[in-house]
Write a protein that binds this ligand. Sequence first.
Ligand code: ADP
Length: 191
Amino acid sequence: MYRPNHHGYIEVIVGPMYSGKSEELIRRLKRAKIAKQNVIVFKPSIDDRYCKKNVVSHNGSKINAINISNPKDIYKYVDEKTHVVGIDEVQFFNDDIIDVIKTLADRGKRVLVAGLDMDFRGEPFGPTPKIMAIAEFVDKLSAICVKCGAPAHRTQRLINGKPAKYSDEVVLVGATESYEARCRLHHEVPR
Ligand code: ADP
């Protein structure tokens, strides 16, 4: 894929959980570092999945990241020497992230964004769809459906081992939650 290096642009990596978004984000950011580009990475403080200071993929690769809760905090860390800005789990930020990403690209940065395109209900997730719309490049990855081995584009949410209902709250106190990659056929969202 043609990647201009003389002006800013937005690159987005989306897909369900386990599709390799973090892995791909880390791979691209590491290659930018090899090219001696100044790279800075952010993730929402809500996502402390493995480590507060790193973006970590399910297969164990990682890169240093700064945890922030307000998208505008990114401006405090990015200066004229920054070439590449990475953002993981973008779906958890509020809509202010859209303008921050656009502004950074307008200022000449390569902005590399990864996140879930759909929530557990199979609906567009937070700011991700709008970022996809204004991006130069979008890669939609798939995982493997745990039920049939087909490409999986959806994230199955399980509560105490059973498919989460459409109306279930995003945070359920006292329940054991887990997530699986599933295809359209095997994705279950009981009403
Ligand atoms: P994401 O950021 O999209 O959640 P990661 O980059 O963290 O994905 O993890 C991708 C890795 O997850 C794969 O390389 C593979 O080792 C592992 N994995 C576990 N379950 C699955 C699955 N059902 N389909 C594909 N990969 C899976």
